[in-house]
Design a protein around this ligand. Structure first.
Ligand code: MN
Length: 205
């Protein structure tokens, strides 16, 4: 997978003119507030994956932050709730507008409970993904070629998945509901950061 590694921030204007960018991130763990954000991976609809190794704890990355908050660029995630919460906590930005292939999958693929990126990619695109580097040390100063390749692969198929899932959402009459969920997602992430992570505030009782 062709990839370019950047230190600290994206080069200015790298995604100029892009209507959408696939985004993923790697962290030291799954707990927002405890586990630092280490790497952000981005890819336009075609071309190389761009990996930004962030400099902690300053996170001085103005070009990356501008892209994440650019109202003209749709950010496509798989389980964006986590990445968006991490970005809010570490970078201090509210990522928007967003699309989440996991939410789309949950709304469109009601015949299964397998909504992980690996499962959805296998079924909809016939592509097998490796998750071997998922639990590696993303805080290392020097990331291994295997880590960089794994990180790049996580943003490789998101545009194609979105296309397939959008077709399914239309077929099932759930496009508007999905859009409403995507619009709410940054707020769901804000609730996570604010301490309502394990609470469904819509639940009765
Ligand atoms: Mn990933």
């Amino acid at each position: 997978m062709p990839q370019t590694l950047h230190h600290g921030d994206l080069p200015q204007g790298l995604f100029a003119g892009a209507a959408s960018v696939a985004v993923d991130s790697e962290t030291m763990g799954l707990r927002v507030g405890r586990d630092p954000l280490c790497l952000v991976q981005l890819r336009a609809v075609e071309g190389d994956a761009h990996l930004v190794q962030l400099s902690r704890p300053a996170y001085d990355a103005p070009n990356l932050k501008a892209l994440l908050t650019d109202p003209a660029v749709l950010k496509i995630f798989h389980f964006g709730r986590f990445d968006i919460a991490m970005f809010q906590y570490a970078l201090g930005v509210v990522t928007a507008p967003v699309y989440c292939t996991k939410i789309a999958s949950r709304l469109a693929r009601t015949y299964t409970d397998r909504h992980g990126l690996k499962d959805v990619t296998r079924e909809l695109l016939g592509v097998e993904m490796s998750k071997a580097q998922q639990s590696s040390d993303w805080g290392a100063a020097q990331l291994s070629p295997e880590q960089l390749d794994y990180a790049a692969c996580d943003v490789l198929n998101l545009h194609a998945l979105k296309s397939r899932l959008d077709e399914m959402l239309v077929r099932e009459g759930r496009t508007a509901l999905a859009q409403a969920c995507f619009d709410f997602l940054p707020h769901r992430a804000a609730l996570d950061v604010a301490g309502w992570e394990d609470v469904d505030i819509f639940a009765h009782g």
